[in-house]
Ligand binder design. Structure first.
Ligand SMILES: NC(=O)c1ccc[n+]([C@@H]2O[C@H](COP(=O)([O-])OP(=O)(O)OC[C@H]3O[C@@H](n4cnc5c(N)ncnc54)[C@H](O)[C@@H]3O)[C@@H](O)[C@H]2O)c1
Length: 374
């Protein structure tokens, strides 16, 4: 089974590829990136360790590599420009993503393939992919709160000093500030977290805050998430490849559960062959349910703004003039050549890598505020 990673030369994509290599489930891993040199470097680096791991075909390819892929993971993304507003960055990432989708379709994206969207804003891009990829909605899965949930469990375990894998706790909703902790179902070793010695309201509030700001913390410590997002992606991809039918908090099109409609957002979802096989509506507390609906409203607002711009046609889809930075505590990026403009990059095709700069050295200040949940 073949997995292609578009953006595989970047931090997230390369970590996902390594996690997939260590998982030994995918038989074929393809690294696709606008920066061909880095894609080749990542593929070669992985290949050089293969003799100690597993017999997998690992290659760097152009977009044609998606044609025979069972799973296509999209991690390609742009960074914020100086003085750029939050919405402008979203718009540029939307344009990049739509161009990538168009290229993937042109390259022969199969209707029986699966799309795993990781690039941010992940829930918005997943919604666009559902509407425009031509794939059945079940085959389009956003990473959603999968990474947030992994972090949540790990942070709870660290606080309680219990084995990490014995903590089962869930975050649903947006991969972003409005994510919702589902305290009502959290357990340690099968026992209610609520009753665990040392657990209290303050511990809960601090742990949730720690989780919500984990992306920003990773950015400030090392430039961005890598290992944890890599294994989170692997969990989703392998559940598809093995038809494991794991129940995962991934972002999929909602059609009525929890009164959510026409938005991609994370709810418990059975993931296997064919993608999202089933979505589950659990009984939540009213606070949790209201939180989930609020999260959907936040996302719907962004989707409406994005769709309104796209409906105005290509002129409106051109990069917007720099606007004052959004009222956010996030620092603004240093000038980033990769983000020069969508027009400069053109359709995100592997056939057009000319002028694409090498992968930039990450700094603690070159990520967008909406990327904090990253
Ligand atoms: N959903 C999540 O949980 C989550 C977590 C972490 C990061 N992210 C997102 O993942 C994305 C990637 O983050 P990163 O840290 O790897 O960034 P990065 O800058 O390290 O990597 C991005 C890669 O995309 C490539 N790229 C850009 N345009 C391309 C194109 N048109 N075609 C092919 N490749 C192209 C770049 O060359 C680069 O290698 C971002 O959008 C980030 O916000 C999501």
């Amino acid at each position: 089974m073949k997995v292609s990673v578009i953006g595989g030369g970047g931090l997230v994509g390369s970590m996902a590829a390594f996690a997939l290599q260590m998982g030994k489930v995918a038989s074929h891993i393809s690294i696709i990136d606008a920066n061909k040199q880095v894609a080749e470097g990542v593929a070669l680096d992985l290949l050089q360790g293969a003799s100690l791991i597993a017999d997998q075909r690992i290659v760097a390819e152009d977009m044609s590599g998606v044609a025979d892929s069972d799973v296509v993971v999209i991690t390609a993304g742009l960074r914020r420009k100086p003085d750029e507003s939050r919405l402008d960055l979203i718009n540029r990432n939307v344009d990049l993503f739509l161009a990538l989708l168009a290229d993937a379709k042109k390259a022969g994206l199969r209707p029986d393939s699966h799309l795993v969207v990781v690039s941010n804003p992940v829930d918005v891009l997943t919604h666009l992919a559902v509407k425009r990829s031509g794939l059945d909605w079940r085959r389009v899965i956003g990473l959603g709160t999968q990474l947030d949930t992994a972090r949540f469990c790990s942070h709870i375990a660290r606080r309680l000093q219990v084995p990490t894998t014995q903590v089962k706790a869930l975050l649903l909703g947006e991969h972003g500030d409005s994510m919702v902790p589902i305290w009502s179902s959290a357990t340690v070793g099968g026992l209610s977290l609520d009753q665990w010695p040392g657990w209290n309201a303050q511990a809960a509030a601090e742990t949730f805050e720690e989780t919500k700001t984990a992306g920003a913390k990773m950015i400030s410590l090392k430039g961005g998430s890598g290992f944890a997002v890599g294994v989170s992606i692997r969990e989703v991809v392998e559940s598809i490849l093995l038809d494991s039918r794991k129940i995962l908090p991934v972002s999929t099109l909602q059609q009525g559960l929890y009164d959510l409609r026409d938005v991609c957002i994370s709810v418990p979802t059975e993931v296997g062959t064919g993608g999202a096989r089933k979505q589950y509506e659990l009984s939540l507390t009213s606070k949790e349910k209201i939180g989930l609906q609020n999260s959907a409203r936040v996302l719907r607002g962004i989707i409406d703004q994005v769709e309104a711009r796209l409906a105005k046609g290509p002129a409106a889809a051109a990069p917007a003039a720099p606007a004052p930075a959004a009222a956010s505590s996030a620092p603004v990026a240093a000038p980033a050549p990769v983000a020069a403009s969508m027009a400069a990059i053109g359709p995100a095709s592997d056939a057009k890598p000319i002028g694409h700069p090498p992968v930039q050295v990450r700094t603690a200040v070159n990520r967008a505020s909406w990327n904090r949940g990253a």
